[in-house]
Design a protein around this ligand. Structure first.
Ligand SMILES: [Zn+2]
Length: 222
């Protein structure tokens, strides 16, 4: 690469370097059971293997793996800070960087972020220069967008779909909620974690038909 000889670098070179050094906000979205927590934990591991610290967040309302823990269905888990709707994530990350250098911020259950918190995470990337990787569901069981996901889809730098499949073999983009007896629920709160309910990922066609496939395959999810 050609180097500028003598004196300070021209302003435009300095500003170009600043631009190229900007960190990005990633939104990795999926339907249910796509293994996104596994991918998050692997990404964190990759940073740490290179000697960089990571900061992990998960929603305070998700206690499936224990409060403050991100767990995956294949058994991996790691401690995480929990966030609720009133937390200022820019402040929390900023304080953490005073203790140690942070290589990456990873957020699980990102659909539960508020719109403001997504912007706080954008500032983590833009002002602190730390990449932010968010993992979450795109839509709820009624086919409606989560507020956190809607904002991330609007403003994240990089959108990545984590694919999973319907029982028919097509890509699953939708989720149905089942009650304790395995019946499809059409109503209820957007957030219901840790109850009797379970979730099944379906393609749009089978989501609209409320067709969760042969019972033998359903056992995989219950
Ligand atoms: Zn299908």
């Amino acid at each position: 690469m050609a180097r500028h000889q003598g004196g300070a670098k021209p302003c435009f070179v300095q500003s170009l370097q600043r631009v190229t050094a900007l960190a990005k906000v990633y939104f990795n979205y999926s339907a249910m059971n796509a293994g996104k927590s596994t991918i998050l934990l692997q990404a964190s591991h990759n940073y740490r293997e290179r000697g960089m610290e990571t900061l992990l967040f998960t929603a305070a309302l998700d206690d499936r793996a224990g409060v403050g823990v991100i767990g995956s269905r294949i058994g991996l888990k790691a401690e995480a800070q929990t966030f609720n709707s009133t937390d200022n994530l820019l402040e929390i990350v900023g304080e953490a960087t005073e203790q140690q250098s942070i290589g990456c911020v990873l957020v699980d259950e990102a659909q539960f972020l508020s719109e403001e918190q997504v912007w706080q995470l954008c500032r983590v990337a833009d002002r602190l220069g730390i990449p932010v990787m968010c993992y979450g569901l795109r839509t709820d069981f009624q086919g409606k967008m989560f507020p956190g996901s809607a904002t991330l889809l609007a403003v994240a730098d990089v959108l990545r779909e984590i694919r999973t499949i319907c029982w028919c073999g097509r890509k699953a983009t939708m989720v149905v909620r089942l009650d304790g007896d395995g019946r499809v629920m059409d109503e209820g709160d957007q957030v219901a974690i840790g109850g009797e309910e379970s979730y099944v990922s379906l393609c749009r066609r089978h989501w609209e038909a409320r067709d969760i496939g042969p019972r033998s395959q359903l056992k995989m999810f219950l």
